[in-house]
Design a protein around this ligand. Structure first.
Ligand SMILES: Cc1cc2nc3c(=O)[nH]c(=O)nc-3n(C[C@H](O)[C@H](O)[C@H](O)COP(=O)(O)OP(=O)(O)OC[C@H]3O[C@@H](n4cnc5c(N)ncnc54)[C@H](O)[C@@H]3O)c2cc1C
Length: 472
């Protein structure tokens, strides 16, 4: 019988598999995707957020534990577990040497990459290269890997005496039953499951089903099958099913796997209006890496789940340009017309905003003093009039990255049942990220959480093998 069964094939699963194998356990990893689509959302990533007290290889300056923690506290509005968050933060300062040993290379952030050179270490070749490196290393170390291996449910049982829930076997879609001494769940959230998203978001006051207009930024394989099976089996849940990392992305993006090139990164340099040609949120609330992941949700709350990011010529060259060009016009009324917006309302919105922009020293690299006065919603930084032709606009839709509903866990990454941690069932990555991310996001923290808890889960799963004695 296998010692450690790992369910999933992305970053968290691979970290767990590698750590368990390094601890001496025999490991089998089950990935639902075929080999060519292996790696889940992790293949789309670019970086992880790292704590450090002084400049380190690809990272500039210092990003101490408390600053990282304060950033997390702010973006989550306090909806986070401090103990687990700090654990992930501390782990992020030590994991890179281990990652390098498994073939991951890092590079400094490119200039213009959204204020991340101090806080985020970029993977050379992106997440795809990282995932490929981990698979190579896992194969070399003797981790068994099976593709096209969708797990449908788990067989659990109760330990005699304590009533503690234990993992016994995984049941595959083809009816196969795979036993192991312990198990790590790292099968992602339910972001790819359109039906579940529809159910979670329900109908709005206009009678619309907002989720019908969502696009999935990553893999189609994170259907939440294992998550649902565990919740049905009584595992303690964490998080709200409508909370997620959601980005406002190019409305022309494909339904799945559009990846990062569909992002529209000029929101903080201009204004955003909805289908009614009205602004609805402070575009300059904070640095873009701390805000980009809430804009998908904001757009989801607008009629038709669509919005338009509008800039003028002054913004060009100050953000990473999207892959496809936006709508371009020499005058603002022409721009509104091309977008299909009511011209009079659009002009009223832009004129009102322009008139509210005060004097200030524009500086996109700091939280500058360019803000509006007397307009609602306010724009609190980088507020400059939209007045220089040509004008550009991008239609955006909610792009869901990953959901936060997951399984409650602790410092050992154990799955809990009625508050009691399982002795041989562990969880990592998106399936538990909601413990740290109750809402909001700060760039790169998904991989910090997945790497930290993947590594912890792998070690704990290997350790539990010695203590687990399961009757067949
Ligand atoms: C476009 C995009 C860009 C991103 N960029 C970044 C970034 O730069 N930095 C960052 O920190 N985060 C980023 N993220 C978020 C990041 O991808 C996630 O936080 C992280 O990859 C989660 O890792 P994971 O292993 O939990 O999930 P995944 O990598 O999604 O892995 C889940 C795995 O489980 C498998 N699986 C699903 N169901 C089953 C089943 N029933 N049986 C067996 N296997 C199953 C899937 O096929 C997949 O291999 C990005 C996400 C996207 C979509």
């Amino acid at each position: 019988m296998i010692d450690v069964l790992v369910i999933g094939g992305g970053n968290a699963a691979l970290c767990a598999a590698l750590m368990a194998r390094e601890a001496g356990a025999s490991v089998l990893l089950l990935e639902t995707a075929p080999r060519e689509w292996r790696g889940g959302n992790s293949i789309h990533t670019r970086n992880l957020r790292c704590m450090h007290d002084a400049p380190q290889d690809v990272l500039t300056g210092a990003y101490p534990e408390d600053e990282f923690w304060q950033d997390l506290l702010k973006v989550t509005g306090g909806k986070t577990d401090e103990k687990l968050a700090r654990l992930a933060i501390r782990e992020s300062s030590t994991c890179r040497d281990w990652m390098r040993r498994h073939g991951v290379f890092f590079q400094p952030s490119l200039t213009g990459t959204l204020h991340l050179s101090r806080t985020n270490a970029f993977f050379m070749g992106g997440g795809k290269a990282l995932v490929n490196a981990y698979y190579r290393s896992a194969e070399k170390l003797g981790v068994q890997i099976r593709y096209d291996a969708p797990v449908e449910s788990l067989e659990l049982h109760s330990a005699s005496g304590s009533g503690r829930r234990l993992f016994k076997a995984a049941l595959l879609k083809n009816g196969e039953r795979i036993m192991a001494s312990s198990c790590v769940l790292a099968a992602g959230g339910f972001e790819s499951n359109l039906g579940w998203l529809r159910e979670a978001w329900g109908q709005n006051e206009l009678g619309e089903w907002p989720a019908d207009n969502f696009l999935i930024r990553g893999t189609r394989f994170n259907q939440g099958v294992v998550l649902k099976a565990l919740l049905d089996a009584g595992a303690d849940p964490i998080g709200d099913p409508t909370q997620a990392h959601m980005v406002a992305i190019d409305a022309r993006a494909p339904l799945y796997d559009g990846g990062i090139c569909t992002r529209i990164d000029c929101v903080s340099l201009g204004i955003v209006v909805n289908r009614d040609a009205r602004r609805f949120y402070d575009e300059g609330e904070d640095f873009w890496p701390k805000r980009y992941a809430i804009w998908g949700r904001l757009v989801a709350q607008q009629p038709g789940q669509v919005a338009y990011s509008v800039i003028d010529a002054k913004a060009v060259g100050r953000f990473m340009p999207p892959v496809f060009p936006g709508v371009k016009a020499d005058t603002l009324p022409q721009l509104a017309q091309q977008l299909g917006l009511d011209v009079a309302t659009f002009m009223q919105t832009v004129d009102g905003y322009n008139a509210a922009c005060g004097a200030g020293n524009f500086d996109h690299t700091v939280l500058d003093d360019c803000h509006t006065q007397g307009v609602s919603p306010a724009k609190t930084h980088w507020a400059r009039p939209i007045d220089t032709a040509p004008f550009y606009a991008y239609a955006v839709k909610p792009g869901i990255t990953f959901t936060y509903l997951g399984l409650k866990t602790d410092e050992t990454a154990a799955v809990q049942f009625a508050g009691v941690p399982s002795a041989n069932l562990f969880v990592a990555g998106e399936m538990m990220a909601g413990n740290v991310l109750g809402q909001g996001y700060t760039a790169g923290v998904g991989m910090s959480i997945g790497t930290a808890f993947g590594r912890i889960a792998g070690v704990q799963a290997a350790k539990s093998v010695k203590h687990t004695n399961i009757a067949t």
